[in-house]
Design a protein around this ligand. Structure first.
Ligand code: SF4
Length: 221
């Protein structure tokens, strides 16, 4: 099978455990206000690779993975190419490469289930903790993220919840309490990661000629 890739990061250390080869898949139906990768939105952009070509790339880096590293599929939204991602993770599993999926959880279908069955760790971007804010912030409903988390719980897939903390939007104690309540209600959640809001992506928006929605919000200190 073939899929669309936006870019690669060969020695990533922030998207999952250990040293990771991060593959940013092309295509995302959401429009998160803090999105760092607007160049991945276009479903028809990126470069086409076969799953076999990608796993051969991964093989070149496996000496760096050590005990805990491996591959992370990010994006974009990897679930938009779930059948392709499932084939890639299947090839990784055959080779003993740890598989990690960085996702918003916005899609649930048979291909996504098959992908999850080949996923060792999910980084679930749980974007907000109240429904009106969730939908306004990214375009998906909190109930979709909750349904996805319930599937992770049922399948017992180790999960890290991640949330970008943004001044004036979700840097309140109440938000953190709600986020930890979600984590505590699910045995699959191993960790909660809070990511400080940064604006390095502004140059990308400027180059694409689109306004950065959070231009007036300061970075998190
Ligand atoms: S899900 Fe990820 S790629 Fe898609 S808009 Fe949100 S932050 Fe950007």
């Amino acid at each position: 099978m073939e899929g669309r890739v936006s870019s690669f990061q060969s020695l990533g250390t922030v998207d999952g455990p250990g040293v990771r080869y991060v593959i940013f898949l092309q295509g995302c139906p959401l429009r998160c206000k803090c999105c760092h990768n607007p160049e991945t939105w276009d479903m028809h952009g990126g470069t086409v690779y076969s799953a076999q070509q990608l796993v051969e790339r991964l093989e070149r880096y496996r000496n760096y993975f050590g005990e805990t590293g491996g591959v992370t599929l990010s994006g974009g939204e990897p679930l938009m190419q779930a059948a392709f991602a499932a084939e890639l993770f299947g090839l990784c599993r055959e080779r003993g490469i740890h598989t990690c999926l960085d996702t918003s959880g916005c899609v649930l279908n048979a291909d996504v289930e098959r992908l999850l069955d080949r996923t060792d760790l999910v980084l679930l971007d749980y974007k907000q903790t109240s429904e009106p804010l969730y939908h306004d912030f990214c375009g998906m409903h909190m109930a979709q993220a909750d349904a996805f988390l319930d599937v992770l719980e049922r399948k017992r897939i180790p999960t890290w919840l991640r949330q970008v903390i943004i001044p004036q939007i979700n840097d309140s104690e109440e938000n953190l309490e709600r986020l930890h309540a979600v984590a505590n209600a699910h045995c699959c959640v191993e960790k909660v990661e809070l990511l400080p809001f940064r604006k390095l992506c502004e140059t990308k928006y400027a180059a694409m000629g689109i306004p950065f929605p959070l231009a007036d919000i300061p970075e998190y200190r």
